[in-house]
Design a protein around this ligand. Structure first.
Ligand code: F58
Length: 818
């Protein structure tokens, strides 16, 4: 007997269909016959929202009356993915929906596909935030996600004739958004600019301009918890919509100027992680949403109180700073407490330091935000004063802790130079109660390298919370076939809210019948992906080949170059006759990656991959044994289809550079084997699934450091490995650029002269592991056994576990009473 615990609403499909009919009529104004799939999507979404409404309202009430402290997750990004299927799942309405739309004469998938995916994040960091709010709700912990409702999300990626990335605006709100509820009555004023003056012995900020922050609320339904939390995304609007005086003078453009300026703040998500562009607007965005969110929390937790006792603020809500983007919230809370509510500095400091915690998501020094003090002074003059005072206080504290003047200098929050800088990570580390990295190795490196001085003096602040992913979206929704098989194998579906139960699959890895069923699910997922790739991109993929996937932002440290060079080297082996294509294990190499628009090397790598695809996919000598597929505009939807179809997962960053990675977790949970370096969460995945079930290669962090120290010369590796040499020569001689040697010259020169992330040094090891991969793949039963062991031992990587760790180590709170 299989025990089923998934939520199921008691409403019948017929009644649910009637609700959709009503909404079509009264909201959309159409009959089911007139309705399009998009209409049905909107109506069905509204219907689900209605079903969640009571739980949402109750959760809000309970939170304010609260037996427990709430969590405020401050994040510039929430990469949610499509909402309808997830909401249906959590509302227990999946079956009713499937039946109801059929009854109305629609195909369920077409209705689902009418939803435009909101792309309000760049990659891992934004998706993590989305997984975390899902888990918070599923664990019944009262929480707000606070961020920005960007009008344009991450750009839509296209490839041009030459295989270059082209960025198109992502106007995701072009159609009705049934999920977001705009709440004009709860808007907040956010001030900017101006000056600070002395009045009655007090510092008083006289801002020059202001924008109105309007909350757009999204429900965040928990799975089987009966709780629905809120994602509150702020939209910027002008207070002066329209200047009638100007308009009457026929100055139409001028008349809307204030509106344009204000609305620019929430116009676009920054896709940059290479160059620092639009610094000013970015700081405006950061202040905009943190200021609005802090004021909002005061409004929520001290309803109707003019003089709330804000010394209790940190008992009501704890704020997690998702990377440095919301760190300006620290001086903002100080300012609110001192200037708006009259607290003295020390009281304000006590409250503030108890309120905030900081998560760092990087190891690249250039990714730690540093703002020119002059810019902060221009936009937020009062905040600069407060930051300077925090810095002075910090320096005084440091002087008591250490005699090491150099160290004190290095730790300054505000640098001591003409064009002073404010280091946001340092501010967060000093002012926050806790600082965490996102995988064990990363947290260790933060202590040993990135924030070493801080960990020397404030070791107790530092902790680790290894990332996780939500099994609801990335297993149940993405991989229904595997989910059913797991439920059958375990005799319960409880694993969806207690992922460690997957451990129970371990013995089944020795049961050949189960292994075959598992293999069948994987094969069906490959067929499904191939069909999608055909319909969407016109690719012809062969589901009988190994699906070998690398999906992540394109960045040199992630080393997509390593993968493509290995493919090219194999191609060169075929062309030179060293290898007979017939002897190869047929593989389909699938890439998905967006590059920051201003990141030249990353864009050139995209172009190279596309052109290698063009040549290899069309060369009869290859006999179809190698194929490259690079679907453009990789997003959550593609991820949900591709991850379950993948057999080999590429996590090949240079050791010590990937903070954690989260796709590695999704792959392991969906039964792919990983080829990877000892980097980020790979280390923990390998430790759990077993070294024999993971293809490890490449230098360790220590080896990388030693090689840098010894003086790294990539050309030596080029000379030493004939395959590597052949591959680079092929790129250099124009094989993938119609004979033009110029096209990839910058890449070639970089590989041979610089190669900062040591792609060449790891190349031979990466090649050597490929024959092990092929050998195992030839024994499908063994391969799938190992894949099952990956699934069985990856339960730890649920975001529910991550949230439990945050609750215990950082937030010191827990679920609401039932
Ligand atoms: C990622 N960071 C890390 N940043 O690279 C990855 O290892 C980790 O698993 C993940 O965070 C979650 O902890 C990341 O995605 C960004 O997207 C930046 C956001 C701000 C603009 C530049 C990119």
């Amino acid at each position: 007997m299989t025990e089923l615990t998934a939520p199921k609403s008691s409403i019948s499909s017929k009644d649910f269909a009637n609700e959709i009919r009503e909404l079509l009529k009264y909201e959309q104004g159409v009959t089911p016959e007139q309705a399009s799939a998009a209409d049905v999507y909107v109506a069905a979404s509204s219907a689900v929202r209605r079903h969640l409404m009571d739980s949402w309202m109750k959760t809000q009430q309970d939170m304010v009356n609260g037996n427990t402290k709430a969590v405020g997750y401050l994040s510039a990004e929430f990469l949610m993915g499509r909402q309808l299927r997830n909401s249906l799942l959590n509302a227990g309405l999946t079956e009713q929906f499937n039946e109801a739309v059929k009854e109305l004469g629609f195909d369920a998938q077409k209705v689902i596909d009418a939803e435009y995916e909101p792309g309000l994040g760049n990659g891992g960091l934004g998706r993590l935030a989305a997984c975390f709010i899902d888990s918070l709700a599923s664990l019944g912990v009262p929480a707000f996600g606070y961020g920005i409702q960007y009008k344009y999300g991450i750009f839509r990626q296209e490839f041009d004739e030459e295989g270059k990335q082209v960025e198109r605006p992502d106007y995701w709100l072009a159609n009705e958004d049934p999920w977001g509820h705009i709440d004009y009555g709860r808007s907040q004023r956010v001030n900017f600019g101006g000056e600070v003056v002395e009045e009655d012995g007090k510092r008083v900020w006289k801002p020059a301009w202001a924008v109105r922050a309007i909350p757009v609320d999204y429900m965040v339904p928990g799975y089987a918890s009966g709780r629905v939390n809120t994602l509150r995304l702020w939209q910027a609007k002008s207070y002066d919509e329209f200047d009638l005086l100007e308009f009457n003078k026929s100055e139409y453009m001028k008349a809307v100027e204030p509106q344009v300026q204000a609305e620019n703040i929430s116009k676009i998500l920054y896709p940059e992680d290479s160059t620092q562009v639009g610094k000013e607007l970015r700081l405006e965005q950061q202040y905009f949403f943190t200021s609005a969110s802090l004021h909002d929390a005061i409004r929520v937790f001290y309803p109707g109180q003019d003089k709330p006792d804000l010394t209790t603020f940190a008992d009501k809500i704890t704020f997690q700073l998702n990377d440095t983007h919301p760190v300006i919230g620290i001086p903002e809370l100080m300012r609110i407490l001192i200037d708006e509510y009259g607290y003295d500095w020390d009281t304000a400091w006590t409250v503030t330091t108890k309120t905030f915690n900081y998560t760092c998501h990087t190891l690249l020094p250039e990714a730690l935000e540093v703002w020119p003090a002059s810019l902060i002074g221009k936009l937020l003059p009062r905040h600069l004063e407060i930051i300077e005072k925090i810095n002075d206080q910090f320096l005084a504290e440091l002087a008591d802790l250490t005699d090491d003047q150099d160290k004190i200098e290095r730790m300054r929050i505000v640098t001591d130079e003409d064009d002073a800088k404010v280091r946001m990570a340092y501010l967060a580390t000093y002012a926050g109660s806790h600082v965490n990295g996102v995988a064990e190795l990363h947290s260790q490196l933060l202590k040993d390298v990135t924030l070493r001085d801080f960990s020397d003096l404030f070791d107790a602040k530092f902790t680790n919370v290894t990332n996780g992913v939500t099994p609801r979206r990335f297993m149940k929704l993405a991989n229904p076939g595997l989910s059913e098989l797991i439920t059958e194998g375990l005799g319960t579906d409880k694993w969806l809210s207690d992922l460690e139960l997957l451990k129970g699959l371990e013995p089944l890895a020795q049961d050949d019948e189960f292994v075959k069923k598992f293999a069948k699910v994987k094969y069906d997922n490959k067929v499904k992906f191939a069909q999608f790739a055909k319909d969407e991109y016109g690719f012809d993929l062969d589901a009988s080949t190994m699906f070998d996937t690398m999906i992540k932002r394109l960045h040199e440290y992630k080393r997509q170059a390593l993968k493509i060079l290995e493919v090219i080297a194999t191609y060169a082996d075929i062309k030179s006759g060293k290898v007979n294509a017939d002897d190869l294990t047929p593989r389909t190499f699938i890439f998905g990656a967006k590059s920051a628009p201003g990141y030249y090397m990353a864009k050139l790598t995209i172009q190279l991959i596309n052109n290698v695809a063009k040549v290899i996919n069309n060369d009869p000598d290859v006999k179809g044994k190698l194929k490259i597929a690079f679907p453009y505009n990789y997003n959550i939807r593609v991820a949900q289809l591709l991850i379950p179809a993948t057999e080999l997962d590429e996590q090949i960053s240079q050791a010590g550079k990937e903070a954690s990675g989260t796709s590695n977790m999704k792959f392991a949970l969906n039964g792919a084997l990983t080829v990877g370096t000892l980097d980020g969460a790979n280390v923990e995945i390998r430790a759990r699934v077993g070294a024999e079930n993971f293809f490890l290669f490449g230098m360790t962090v220590d080896e990388v450091e030693a090689l840098y120290a010894a003086g790294y010369d990539p050309s030596k590796y080029y000379e030493a490995d004939p395959r590597l040499k052949a591959a680079i020569d092929m790129v250099a001689n124009g094989t993938f650029s119609d004979g033009d040697a110029e096209t990839y010259e910058p890449l070639v020169t970089d590989w041979l002269k610089k190669d900062w992330f040591m792609t060449l040094a790891d190349f031979t090891a990466y090649h050597d592991i490929q024959s092990q991969i092929d050998t195992l793949y030839a024994d499908q039963l063994e391969w799938n056994r190992k894949a099952i062991l990956n699934v069985a031992n990856s339960g730890y990587f649920s975001s529910d576990r991550s949230i439990e760790d945050y609750l215990e180590r950082i937030w010191m709170t827990g679920p609401l009473d039932k």
